[in-house]
Design a protein around this ligand. Structure first.
Ligand code: SAH
Ligand code: SF4
Ligand code: F3S
Length: 475
């Protein structure tokens, strides 16, 4: 047994980074590392970084400034603190990070974190260790390397990576450079992960990938499976009540995905489908390779397949050369689609991307103004969507005790947090809740009687079977 050491990980950016941070914890556990909530008393601090916008990247250096002080304090107390930078800034800037912040011992890219134990050893003997290689995928885009051990279950809802990287090269975006080309994990491995998580109490799986619906993993039949087919297969796994996937690209929505929404009650009717802009000229300059109308048609296909399906999206305002009319086209698209939620960002030029060389910039004041307008519109749609829940009875998957004593919190199919006063026994179950009120973004309600149509089956009256069978029923 290795002596216990304390590990603190701070993660920025997208859900892929959240997942990778968990994998790092799992990779370092056999080395004796246990997680700690504070950086100050840690033996190893990992910053799992995001490079997507300038603000995200710069956060890393201000955090490293604070860590330098903590490292010096630790040294005075006779403790050695080591500092690693992981994630997309590590990939994009590599050695440059150590030049700017000599306090850093290890720099590790998103494809290499399973080598962390070796890199820490190397840093010990050589002072520094840097690894930012991409493993080469074969010609089908399948990952050649044996993968690290399966992820440990943490609670009721879990992420599972099915795909990594991006081949789309939107002109504003760093992801193709920091995460490399699209690669998909084989179906069998994903089934193993999901089955193991389900055995350990997980009820909801979110399949993640930078471009999750570009998934084309090798199936057990040796053929390439699209995401819709994978979802059909995963829905058969015992105990899995809910399936989600994120983030998808409008260009990669195929019939298998649309029909999965029609056929699979476990596939939640909520899709994050970023569009970025409502103007065709801007979409072309962004290299999105779809028009606003193409996007509208994709939304219509989903809506035809599944009643009550709702959408969220991402938008960029102030892309180089965006005129007032082009921005108005974005507002028009948002008004027309009607979102349950959406994220909007001011365009941020990223070094090395084609858009960073575009000259016609939009003034900071104009960008601010557009962002406020767009966010007001999105907020009004989101509150209307949330308010419309009041008085309805909706299924909630309960995840944990809430901060408020006596309350249990879960999520609706649309990811809205929903609180009820109930016994913790309901954690892990999908139960109908009558929604009574809305507090900011949270719904409050009471457990409701199950409607007659889905009355208890004889199976669910068997106490030891109640969790998995009820969740499946409720989904
Ligand atoms: N793969 C996903 C999302 C990637 S990044 C997709 O294609 O939609 C998440 C969001 O960050 C993007 O959807 C975009 O809205 C935003 N983003 C990416 N690069 C940006 C930049 N340079 N400036 C501002 N926002 C950006
Ligand atoms: Fe970036 Fe575009 Fe790829 Fe999304 S699809 S990760 S925005 S390059
Ligand atoms: Fe950021 Fe990298 Fe994710 S740049 S958004 S952490 S893929």
């Amino acid at each position: 047994m290795k002596p216990p050491r304390k590990l603190h990980i701070k993660s920025y950016g997208c859900q892929m980074n959240v997942y990778d941070a968990q994998r790092m914890v799992d990779t370092l556990a056999p080395e004796g590392f246990v997680e700690t909530a504070s950086a100050e008393d840690a033996d190893l601090v990992i910053l799992n970084t995001c490079h997507i916008r300038e603000k995200a990247s710069e956060k890393v250096y201000s955090e490293l400034g604070r860590l330098r002080v903590a490292k010096e304090t630790a040294a005075r107390q006779g403790r050695q603190m080591r500092i690693a930078v992981a994630g997309c800034v590590a990939q994009a800037e590599g050695e440059e990070i150590i030049r700017r912040a000599p306090v850093v011992d290890v720099v590790v890219g998103p494809q290499s974190y399973h080598h962390l134990p070796q890199l820490l050893e190397r840093a010990k003997s050589q002072g520094r260790a840097i690894e930012t290689e991409f493993p080469a995928a074969d010609k089908f885009g399948f990952l050649p390397n044996p993968e690290p051990d399966a992820i440990r279950a943490r609670g009721i809802s879990a992420f599972v990576t099915v795909q990594e990287g991006c081949d789309k090269f939107c002109t504003f975006c760093v992801v193709p450079y920091t995460r490399g080309a699209e690669v998909s994990r084989p179906v069998a491995r994903i089934i193993d992960d999901v089955a193991r998580l389900a055995d350990n109490g997980v009820r909801e799986i979110t399949l993640i990938g930078q471009n999750v619906n570009a998934y084309h993993g090798e199936g057990p039949d040796g053929r390439s499976w699209p995401l819709g087919r994978l979802l059909h297969r995963l829905a058969e796994i015992d105990g899995i009540a809910r399936l989600r996937y994120s983030t998808s690209h409008p260009r990669d929505v195929d019939d298998s995905l649309v029909s999965a929404h029609r056929d699979l009650p476990a596939l939640m009717p909520f899709v994050h489908l970023p569009v970025q802009s409502g103007s065709d000229r801007i979409l072309a300059a962004m290299n999105r390779k779809h028009t606003a109308d193409d996007y509208r048609r994709v939304i219509d296909r989903f809506r035809d397949a599944r009643q009550g399906i709702a959408f969220s999206s991402d938008f960029i305002v102030g892309f180089p050369g965006e005129t007032a009319e082009e921005f108005a086209a974005t507002l028009a698209l948002v008004s027309q689609i009607g979102y349950a939620a959406a994220y909007s960002f001011k365009y941020s030029p990223r070094p090395g991307t084609p858009a960073a060389d575009m000259r016609e910039t939009v003034s900071a004041a104009e960008m601010d103004e557009r962002l406020v307008q767009l966010q007001e519109l999105i907020d009004s749609q989101q509150s209307a969507f949330n308010k419309a829940m009041i008085g309805n009875t909706v299924d909630v998957l309960f995840e944990r005790a809430a901060r408020n004593p006596g309350q249990i919190v879960g999520r609706t199919g649309y990811l809205q947090p929903a609180h009820v006063f109930a016994s913790p026994d309901i954690i892990g179950q999908v139960l109908p809740v009558r929604i009574e009120s809305l507090e900011r973004y949270s719904l409050l309600g009471q457990l409701a009687a199950r409607p007659m149509a889905t009355a208890r089956s004889p199976m669910t009256d068997t106490p030891e079977l109640s969790i998995s069978s009820q969740t499946i029923m409720g989904a």
